[in-house]
Design a binder for this molecule. Structure first.
Ligand code: DAH
Length: 341
């Protein structure tokens, strides 16, 4: 029996030292020490030994068990260490490999133009306002003196949310005039850029969503001369000192008198060409003196205060600023186009 035990110890220690993986080690533990293992099988023969030999063999069997257990423990630690080293090797970072460059974008040309416009007005003491695109028809129309039946209120022109035409996508930034009058102390000088929506088909000059910048000044003694002076200053800063402008009479429900401001065509210098459709002039914005009724509806006394307002299309302004021929380029966001600015 002694030889059997020695043989078990020898073969166990050898095979344990030769294992490469934790699973193999576990298999060996079962093979030697398990319930049906080799050592257990030997111990089961103890009953046939003489009373003197039994304790001697018992002690020896215990020693073999202890040394096999110890060997498994030692080998297990060695394998864990090896596994850790292999993992660290795999995860080594090669700091000499060139990195992937992050491509930075830049501002859209229309927002570049808007930044310029904001800078110019802020420099003149105006506050920039932001307002909701989902607007009450009351503010978009009624409070701006465009009563029931005004053509711009038609369902074929305006995106309404409800049957009784009370909530809509704003069709102009002009309701921001009303919001400013309702919430700000006088005098007021504001601009309000943002998206507006109309039921237009897409073509070279139309889109169902576009951008406007609204402007308004209310104070004592404001006249049409202030309107012309301010807008001429802005346009010259935006398009250059030599820009020629003209003001034409027009009609808007919320201003009286009303006008449109044109700039002389930058392509032909006023002679007439395809860019200005042969007119020599390009329409830039609508403006006028705020209608007394609009001031009254906001609780402002038109005998004491007066004001001017304007609304300009931002896409058109940017198109002129950067000499872009087709409105669709502004919305398509083709990087080959956008990269040029
Ligand atoms: N809201 C007008 C439009 O959408 C533009 C406009 C004209 C705004 C005259 C004004 C204004 O503030 O005074 O065409």
């Amino acid at each position: 029996m002694k030889e059997q035990l020695e043989a078990i110890r020898k073969s166990a220690l050898e095979s344990i030292a030769g294992t490469q993986a934790g699973a193999d080690l576990e298999a060996l533990r079962v093979k030697y020490l398990g319930k049906k293992g080799e050592l257990t099988a030997v111990l089961k023969q103890m009953g046939s030994l003489s009373a003197e030999l039994r304790p001697v063999m018992g002690q020896m069997a215990n020693e073999v068990r202890a040394s096999v257990e110890k060997a498994i423990e030692t080998q297990s630690a060695i394998l864990a260490e090896k596994a850790m080293e292999a993992k660290l090797d795999m995860e080594t970072v090669d700091v000499t490999i060139p990195g992937k460059a992050v491509k930075l974008g830049h501002k859209h040309p229309m927002y570049l133009a808007l930044d310029e416009i904001k800078d110019i007005f802020v420099g003149m003491g105006f506050t920039v306002l932001d307002g909701p695109e989902v607007e009450l028809a009351e503010l978009n129309f009624d409070r701006l003196n465009a009563e029931e039946g005004h053509p711009s209120r038609d369902w074929s022109d305006t995106f309404y949310f409800d049957e009784d035409s009370r909530v809509m996508l704003r069709s102009q930034t002009s309701p921001m005039q009303v919001r400013a009058m309702d919430s700000m102390p006088l005098p007021i000088r504001i601009i309000a850029p943002g998206r507006v929506y109309r039921k237009d088909e897409v073509d070279a000059t139309h889109s169902p969503m576009f951008h406007q910048v609204e402007g308004m000044a209310i104070d004592k003694g404001i006249t049409m001369a202030d309107l012309k002076g301010t807008l001429n200053t802005v346009v010259k800063q935006l398009y250059g000192e030599n820009t020629v402008t003209r003001f034409r009479p027009h009609h808007f429900p919320f201003t009286e008198p009303s006008c449109e401001m044109d700039v002389q065509c930058h392509k032909c210098g006023g002679v007439g060409c395809p860019t200005c459709k042969g007119e020599g002039w390009i329409e830039l914005l609508g403006a006028g003196m705020i209608h007394p009724r609009v001031l009254e509806m906001a609780g402002i006394d038109p005998e004491v205060y007066s004001g001017w307002a304007f609304g300009m299309g931002l896409e058109r302004t940017a198109m002129r600023r950067f000499k872009i021929a087709d409105l669709r380029l502004i919305f398509e966001n083709d990087v080959r186009f956008l990269e040029q600015f």
